[in-house]
Design a protein around this ligand. Structure first.
Ligand SMILES: [Zn+2]
Length: 145
């Protein structure tokens, strides 16, 4: 599974690489999205995507993929809202269906957990979206790919 990728210098980084060989071909959709979800470069899987919580490295430190040029924009927060809304819906259904009335401390704990869940899902969704955009070669310079 692990492939040896050519080392690149940031000064002469280019994408897609001029020397086309099998090592530079993007992996399949599942691998690309999975690597993005776990904060690894969707192309090589060796370097992290993020330089902080949501700040993206301009280029991959291992393979020079242009991670910072991927216009993820509003898609990751939308995905995070859709995923987390399902958990909020479970609590609302539980409150009405089972006559569950949590106290203020339980509500505070649940809200804190929802915030943490939002933050985690947002980061994973942004990584996945960057992977999809990198696979589609859809960057800010040519938004329609
Ligand atoms: Zn990489």
């Amino acid at each position: 599974m692990a492939t040896i990728l050519p080392q690149s210098n940031k000064d002469d980084a280019h994408w897609p690489p001029a020397a086309v060989d099998s090592d530079w071909i993007m992996p399949g959709w599942g691998t690309t999205i999975g690597r993005g979800i776990v904060n690894k470069c969707p192309h090589c899987g060796h370097a992290p995507i993020f330089n902080g919580y949501l700040a993206v490295h301009e280029v991959c430190t291992a393979c020079a993929a242009p991670l910072g040029q991927m216009p993820a924009d509003d898609t990751p927060p939308y995905i995070a809202m859709v995923v987390v809304a399902h958990f909020v819906g479970l609590f609302i259904v539980a409150m009405f269906k089972f006559h569950w009335h949590p106290g203020p401390i339980a509500i505070a704990i649940l809200l804190a957990l929802l915030v943490l869940l939002c933050m985690a899902v947002l980061r994973m969704a942004k990584g996945a979206v960057i992977g999809i955009l990198l696979k589609l070669d859809n960057n800010r310079e040519k938004p329609n790919g």
